[in-house]
Each structure stands twice: as C-alpha cells, then as structure tokens.
Design a protein around this ligand. Structure first.
Ligand SMILES: [Zn+2]
Length: 331
C-alpha cells in the first residue's frame, strides 16, 4: 500500500487515528462513512497495521511481518465481513465471534472490518450490538458504510464516526499515472470518474481505444480540412453498434472539443489530449471560440438526444457537418 497516496487522500482521518493511537485513546468501534472509492478499506487496513505493527519506530512500517500479512489480508487477527448476496446475516456475526474465540489466534489486538455494514439485517445488527456491548479490550471494529444513518442508533452511539470525503481529482489522476496508464488516458478517465476504481473499469473497456482513435483521426481530418461526413460516416458506424458506444464516442469527442476551447483560452494544463497540441493549434487558426462553444453545445444536445430515441446515424452526420464549418464572421 502506498501510504503517501492514502495520506494525501484521507489525511484528516489518518491523523485522527494516529493521534488516538499514540495517546492510547482508540475507540473500540469506528464507523467509516463515505462514498465508494474513498479508501475506507485501505484506511481500515492501515488501522489494523498500525496497531499490530512490530516496528519500534513509525507504525505501520509497512515492511514487518505483521504489516505485510495485514496488507495481504492474511493476518489471523484480521477478519473481514462482507455481505453474502444482499445482506450481512447473523451467521456472519457468529462466524466472526467463533473465529475470534479460537485460541490459535496470535497475541495482540484483533480487528474486524465490516464492508457495507448498512446491509446487516436486523438479526445481524442485534447480534453485532451484543458483541459490541461485551467488554473486549483488545478487539476493534471498523464498520464501513456509504450511509451510517442506516445503522442501528445503538450501534452508532457505541462507535466513533469518521467521514471520508471524495478523493480530489488530481489524486485520482496521479494514482492512475502511477499505475502505468498513459497520461492522456489517466487525464480522460479522472475527468470522467470520481473514484480510481470507476476510472479503471472505464479504462478496461476495449472499444474505448477505438473511440479515441476515431476522435483523434476526426480532429486531424478537421485540421486538414478534409470532409468529415464522407470519411467518418463509415468509420464511426464500423465501431459504434449501440447506444452505449455512441455515448462513449460522444463523451471522448466532448473532451477533445473542450481541449480546443481550453486551447483558445491558453489553459493548456487543463487539456486532456495534450500530446495532440499541433492538431489542436491548427484547428484553432480557423475556429473562433464562439464557434467551438456552439459546437460543444451541439454535442451536449446530441448526447441528450441519444438518451432518447433518435436516428443515431443521422444525428452524428448532422454534428459532423456542423463541425466542418470554417471560420465564422465573429472573429
Ligand atoms: Zn510494521
């Protein structure tokens, strides 16, 4: 686990946990509340590693045997509960209690992480409440949820709640680049998605790369003043076969179009397709900002219409013809 990424994303929560640990004032149950992708689970592992780390120095060290086993989720004193099918059931809570009663467990604190804690059914919630009420000085509960108001008030009152805010855009971007994605892909995905997971799912779509190719070729052709309708009609409909494809193609196009507008405004750092600056600069010699904005509006309008029933082919042709217009009188 990359601690600096985690601390950049959730520094406030990490500091709260570290300070409580240093002062020996950890709560026995925490609620981590935040949207998917806000690193609640990573923070939970960080917590477990912090209290079980063998280092004499900064905990977690990330390299000792306990840290390694926790980050690989293979430490016997770490237990994770997830909803089976829809719900967390009473059986899940009973399994947890049995696991933690086993004498074979190693010395030291025990931590359980409950993902989607709000999916506990009433029996499970009551069983958990009883478990929380019994004194277990060395057992820590981390209840992860997107909505803590769905938990029993009696569970909430026995827990300390930490709120996990959405990860800033630039951190998603740097994490994607660190994972090895090409910068323009990382910029595109982080512009379109609020979590690293969603961005990675987006980037895993194979036809995305066809769409990016089409859009890049299309703007190159535009720069070369070629006819778009004749060239791209076939290319687009060779790849785009359904509404989702159409929307994806249009989304990529919208971000390229925004790059043109950023180019006009000289906001180069905001551009996603920075590597295609030459094409962008050529187009900017014959398109005014007003034109570019009007074209963007057409794209957004088309996106809107694609969500209804339209003749997709005709709609794209109209857009391509609109893009082919040259310099207007306003500039
Ligand atoms: Zn360690």
């Amino acid at each position: 686990m990359n601690f600096s990424t985690l601390k950049a994303a959730q520094g406030d929560n990490i500091r709260i946990l570290e300070n409580s640990f240093k002062k020996n004032r950890l709560a026995h149950a925490y609620i981590f509340e935040g949207e998917a992708g806000t690193k609640k689970f990573d923070t939970a592992l960080f917590f477990a590693a912090m209290i079980l780390c063998e280092s004499d120095d900064t905990k977690p060290c990330g390299t000792c045997k306990n840290c390694r086993r926790i980050f690989n989720q293979r430490h016997p004193n770490l237990y994770t509960i997830k909803p089976q099918k829809q719900n967390i059931t009473k059986d899940n809570i009973r399994d947890l209690q049995e696991e933690f009663n086993k004498t074979a467990l190693e010395d030291g604190a025990k931590v359980y992480i409950m993902e989607d804690a709000d999916t506990m059914n009433p029996h499970a919630a009551n069983a958990l409440l009883k478990f929380l009420e019994e004194p277990h000085p060395n057992i820590f509960a981390l209840l992860l949820t997107t909505n803590s108001s769905k938990l029993l008030p009696t569970i909430r009152s026995r827990s300390q709640k930490l709120t996990f805010h959405t990860i800033p855009h630039h951190l998603i971007l740097s994490e994607l680049i660190e994972s090895g994605y090409e910068p323009f892909l990382a910029r595109l995905a982080s512009a379109m998605h609020h979590t690293v997971n969603e961005a990675e799912v987006f980037l895993a779509q194979e036809n995305l790369y066809d769409m990016i190719d089409i859009v890049s070729h299309l703007y190159e052709a535009l720069a070369n003043k070629e006819s778009l309708v004749l060239t791209f009609d076939k290319e687009i409909f060779g790849v785009v076969s359904n509404k989702d494809d159409s929307l994806m193609l249009l989304d990529v196009m919208i971000y390229y179009q925004k790059d043109l507008i950023y180019g006009k405004m000289k906001h180069y750092k905001k551009q996603i397709f920075q590597e295609q600056l030459a094409t962008i600069e050529t187009i900017l010699t014959f398109k005014s900002k007003a034109m570019l904005l009007e074209e963007l509006e057409q794209m957004l309008e088309l996106k809107n219409r694609l969500n209804q029933f339209v003749n997709t082919r005709l709609a794209f042709d109209n857009l391509l013809m609109f893009l082919e217009r040259r310099m207007d009188s306003e500039e």
